[in-house]
Design a binder for this molecule. Sequence first.
Ligand code: PMT
Length: 401
Amino acid sequence: MLSLNNKNILLGVTGGIAAYKAAEFCRLLKKQGADVRVVMTDAAKEFIQPLTFQALTGNPVYNELFEADAQNAMDHIELARWADLLVIAPATADTLAKLADGYADNLLLTISLATKSKIAVAPAMNQQMFQNPATLKNIQTLQQRGVQIWGPDVGDQACGETGPGRMLEAEDLLQHVVQVMKPGSLSGCKVMITAGPTREAIDPVRYISNRSSGKMGYAVVQAAINAGADVTLVSGPVCLQSPQPVTLLACQSADEMYQQVMENINEQDIFIATAAVADYRMESIAAEKIKKSDDEMNLKLVKTEDILASVAALVNKPFCVGFAAETSHLEQYAQGKLKNKKLDLIAANRVDDPESGFEVENNALNVYWNNGSKQLSLKPKSLIAVELIDIITELFKSSRN
Ligand code: PMT
């Protein structure tokens, strides 16, 4: 594992039962060579003593915004400048909300606003709190601002409930830190990603589409950016803000998506097709609103271009990754698409399971390539996207050797 020697990690601890895991995380960071300083909120001190972190880091623990204690040596601006990485673990719903809204009413929040370093949060809370639309919106806001969201895990909780909201284990958090501190595994690589649904117009007011929200695709975009890639996002109509920095090419129909992809595919190293592209479009779009008349109505549909297969057929094709959305025979259909579309890798998901696939926050993927496969268990799309990008990176690099 990469050494963290000479790396300054600022650990923010907020008030949740998972605060006890922050002590182990702190120990692992030190063991890996990092210089660690800890900022605690008042609520965090209800769960764990500052002395624990002082003993583990060998540094004073920070808490007061207006601390006149010269022994602590650093004020909030100095701490903000000192950090190579700010990790808030555990990050409570309250702190996530305040971060999203730009509050600065404690030392940790003030540092978060003042720092230029990367920021990562490890959410930890009751599963209902995590799944509350307000919390999910705050997480989305932070993600769009470039804050890394590590976890949460799905499983048994201290409150006796089961679901998403457990803070990642200390070892997992350490892996994330090491990953962030590495020169990006995809730095120098150009990655094009399609995401969201397409809309096939019937007339000026109606269209045929599907349930894709774009969440999976946008999570893959964020993971690729975090891995240092230069990302081009070709997006169908979604209600999400694009992660930054990306080159965003917006489109509506499958034909438009095809055009945008084919015009910009040159020099891309990797192509990832997460979009749910319509397989059929209207043969001709009515110029005016179709009036209600007969009891039945027939629409004549014709096939759209298969964007992914077209990219995979290029002479200088990039490393091609497809998604397979299936309601049965997951492996069989996914393997068929891998072969028929001449892909390097395919990620298959069930779209008939209310826990995964379209619209929801979590997904599970079965990933297949020429002579291998890996199952990625149900977890937030942000997290599964990181695992997928790791697999893609490894196979892409070995394909170029
Ligand atoms: O957006 P979310 O709500 O988060 O949902 C995520 C998702 C379920 C949409 C996503 O995980 C997913 O499965 N995306 C692929 C959906 C799909 O169209 O699957 P498919 O099995 O029909 O197509 C196979 C592959 O060919 C896909 O990579 C697709 O992008 C591509 N394709 C299909 C048709 C076409 N005309 N052009 C294509 O490029």
